[in-house]
Design a binder for this molecule. Structure first.
Ligand code: ARG
Length: 572
C-alpha cells in the first residue's frame, strides 16, 4: 500500500525535477531511494531531504523544497510542506485507511506478500551442525536466520527446499569412537541422550590434550570408517541417529523441520566425478602431495581439494553437493547460512564452481553472521565450555513459567504457551540485531516482558486476540472507516509499510528487518490501545473502525511472526 503511494509521490517529485533540470537523467526509482520516514510524525509521514538534490539541480535545498511542494498532491496526500530544505509530506489518514484496512481484512496473513518468486526455486542450506558435537548456542544463528529466510522466500511465492546438510562425516567421529570404546556403553548413551554424548566428546578432547597419541588413534578409527569397516560404520550410524534425534527435539521447539537431511557423508561417492572434472578442466595442481585449485589470480589462497592421502575435504564435498542440488532441484538460488568464519571458504569454492564452467554459479549465495558469546564468554565446544541450545531453551521456559504463574495463575495450557514464549524470547532477541554483528547473549534482557522483546510482542498479539474475542470474533470486512485520532492513522502508516520491509529483508537477506518492523507495529498498536477506547467508543462507526484496526494488526503481526520463527500466542 505504502509502495503505491510512494510511487505517486515520486512521480510528482520527478516532474518537478524535470521542470527545473530538463536534461537530468534521474528516474522515479532514484527519487524513491531518497524518500525517508521522518522519526516524528510532526515532520510528516514521508519526507524528501532536498539537499540530496542540490547538486543535480544547482539550487539551494530551500528553493527545491518550495518548488516541489505544490507538485505533490492527490487524494492520498493531505498536504506537502517545505520546511528548512525538507519536503514534508502528510498522508491523508482517511484515504490510507480506506484502502489499507479492507485489503488486510480480505487477504489476512497473505497481505504484504508481493508475487516475486512465482516459478522459481530456492534451496536453503542451514543449521547443518557437525554431528557428534554438541548442538549449542553457536548454531542458533544459522538455524533461525536460515529458517526465516526460507519463510520469507515462501511468503513471496518461491518454492523452497530446506536442507540440513548434516556434518555427519569427519575425524570427530573417529574421536567419538575412541571415547565410546574406552568409556562408553550402549545403555548409558541410550539413557543419557545428548548429555551422555557431550560428556564423551568433552572427555576425549581433554584426554587428547594430555596425550596427543590419542589423536592418532582417532584418525585411525576414522580411516577404518572410510575404508568401510562394518563395525565402525554400524557405530557411526547409531551415533548419527542419536544426534539427529536429539537435535530434532530442539528444532521442534523452534517449529523447524527440513525437507532434506542429506549430509556430507552422502557425497563420498559423488565427489570423484567432480575431482575428475577439475582435472579435465586443467584446474587441479599438485602442491606438496595435496591437490589444490590455485586462486592467486583472484586474490585468494588456494582451494584444497584432496589431502595428501587422497581423502577429500570440506570444499570438495560442498562442490559435489552443489552439483547434486542443481541436478535435483534446478534451483535459481542456493543459499548457505553459516558463521562469518567461513566467508573465505565459500568465496573459494564458489569461484572454483565458476571456473569449472557451471553457469549457475551466480545463484550461489553465502549469508554470513557474527559470532555469539554468552555473558561475555566465547564458546569452546572442545573444552565443554558451551551452552547447549536445549539447556538455553529449558532455562528460558522455566523463567517464563515463573513469570506467568505470577501474572496469570489461571491460564490454561500453560506449558505450551511457556514454550512458545520462552523459545520465542530467545529467537526474537537473536534476530533483533543485524546478522553480521557479533552478539553477546544476555538472558535477563531476552526474557524481559517490558522493552523490545519477544514476550512484549507476543503479549501484544495476545492482546489483539482477546479484544477480538471479547467483541465476538474475527472482523471479516468493513464498509466505511472513521478515523478520529492521530494514533489510528499512525497505526495505519505502520501497517502499510509491511510489503516494503519484506522486500528489504529479502534483498539484504536480513530477518532483523522484520523483527524491527514487528516492534514498530506493536508500539503503534499499544499506543492506539492506550489512547483510543474500543468498547467505550463514541459511536458504532468509530468502534467498528477500531475493531477492524485491531483485526488488521493481528493479521500483520501474525504473518510477520511466522517470518521470523516466532509462534503466535492467543493468550499469555
Ligand atoms: N557443518 C558445518 C559446520 O558446522 C556447516 C555446514 C554449512 N553448509 C555447507 N554447505 N558448507 O561448520
Amino acid at each position: 500500500m505504502m509502495i503505491q503511494i510512494k510511487a505517486l509521490i515520486a512521480d510528482g517529485i520527478l516532474e518537478g525535477v524535470k521542470s527545473i533540470a530538463p536534461q537530468s537523467d534521474m528516474t522515479a526509482e532514484d527519487v524513491l531511494g531518497l524518500l525517508e520516514y521522518p522519526p516524528d510524525p510532526a515532520m510528516g509521514d514521508i519526507a524528501l531531504p532536498c539537499f540530496k538534490l542540490a547538486k543535480t539541480l544547482r539550487r539551494s535545498p530551500v528553493q527545491i523544497a518550495s518548488t516541489l511542494a505544490p507538485l505533490v498532491s492527490g487524494e492520498a496526500i493531505e498536504k506537502a510542506e517545505a520546511v528548512n530544505g525538507y519536503l514534508n509530506i502528510y498522508l491523508s489518514g482517511a484515504y490510507l485507511a480506506s484502502k489499507l484496512v479492507p485489503e488486510i481484512l480480505a487477504k489476512k496473513e497473505r497481505y504484504g506478500a508481493p508475487d516475486m518468486g512465482q516459478g522459481k526455486t530456492v534451496v536453503l542450506d542451514y543449521c547443518s551442525p557437525n554431528l557428534a558435537k554438541p548442538f549449542h548456542i553457536g548454531h542458533l544463528g544459522t538455524t533461525v536466520i536460515g529458517h526465516s529466510l526460507k519463510k520469507l522466500h515462501e511468503f513471496v511465492g518461491y518454492k523452497c527446499v530446506g536442507i540440513n546438510y548434516l556434518g555427519d562425516w569427519g575425524t570427530q567421529f573417529g574421536k567419538m569412537m575412541v571415547a565410546y570404546k574406552k568409556w562408553g556403553d550402549r545403555q548409558t548413551v541410550e539413557e543419557g541422550g545428548v548429555d551422555a554424548l557431550v560428556d564423551l566428546y568433552v572427555r576425549i578432547n581433554n584426554a587428547i590434550a594430555e596425550d596427543p597419541s590419542l589423536a592418532d588413534e582417532a584418525r585411525a578409527e576414522f580411516c577404518k570408517m572410510e575404508q568401510g569397516d562394518e563395525e565402525n560404520l554400524a557405530l557411526w550410524r547409531w551415533l548419527v541417529e542419536k544426534s539427529v534425534k536429539a537435535n530434532d527435539v530442539t528444532l521442534q521447539q523452534l517449529g523447524i523441520s527440513f525437507d532434506s537431511y542429506k549430509g556430507e557423508s552422502a557425497y563420498t561417492d559423488l565427489m570423484p566425478a567432480q575431482v575428475q572434472k577439475l582435472r579435465d578442466c586443467g584446474l587441479l595442481k599438485l602442491d606438496d602431495g595435496a591437490s589444490i585449485v590455485d586462486l592467486e589470480a583472484y586474490g585468494m589462497p588456494p582451494c584444497l581439494i584432496l589431502k595428501r592421502d587422497g581423502s577429500s575435504l570440506y570444499p570438495t564435498r560442498d562442490i559435489a553437493a552443489a552439483v547434486d542440488r542443481k541436478e535435483m532441484y534446478d534451483f535459481d538460488k542456493c543459499i548457505y547460512v553459516t558463521s562469518n568464519q567461513q566467508i573465505l571458504h565459500f568465496q573459494q569454492w564458489f569461484k572454483v564452481v565458476e571456473l569449472m564452467g557451471y553457469d549457475w554459479y551466480e545463484g550461489l549465495v553465502h549469508v554470513p553472521y557474527g559470532t555469539v558469546s554468552v555473558n561475555g564468554a566465547k564458546l569452546a565446544t572442545r573444552t565443554g565450555n558451551v551452552v547447549l541450545l536445549k539447556d538455553l531453551f529449558a532455562a528460558a521456559i522455566e523463567k517464563v513459567t515463573e513469570i506467568m504463574e505470577e501474572k496469570n495463575p489461571d491460564l490454561k495450557g500453560r506449558s505450551d504457551i511457556a514454550e512458545a514464549v520462552g523459545v520465542g524470547a530467545i529467537v526474537f532477541y537473536y534476530l533483533s540485531n543485524n546478522r553480521i554483528k557479533d552478539i553477546n547473549f544476555n538472558m535477563e534482557d531476552a526474557l524481559s516482558f517490558d522493552g523490545n522483546t519477544g514476550p512484549y510482542v507476543q503479549y501484544t498479539y495476545a492482546r489483539a486476540c482477546s479484544i477480538l474475542e471479547k467483541a465476538g470474533g474475527e472482523v471479516e470486512s468493513i464498509d466505511s472507516i472513521t478515523l478520529t485520532d492521530p494514533v489510528e492513522k499512525a497505526l495505519c502508516v505502520a501497517l502499510s509499510q509491511y510489503e516494503e520491509r519484506v522486500r528489504v529483508a529479502l534483498r539484504d537477506y536480513e530477518p532483523s528487518v522484520i523483527t524491527r518492523y514487528i516492534l514498530d507495529v506493536a508500539t503503534a498498536f499499544n499506543r492506539f490501545y492506550h489512547e483510543c477506547s474500543i468498547f467505550g467508543a463514541e459511536d458504532e462507526g468509530v468502534k467498528a473502525t477500531r475493531l477492524a484496526l485491531t483485526a488488521a494488526t493481528k493479521h500483520v503481526l501474525g504473518s510477520a511472526f511466522g517470518l521470523i520463527c516466532l509462534r503466535k500466542t492467543e493468550k499469555i
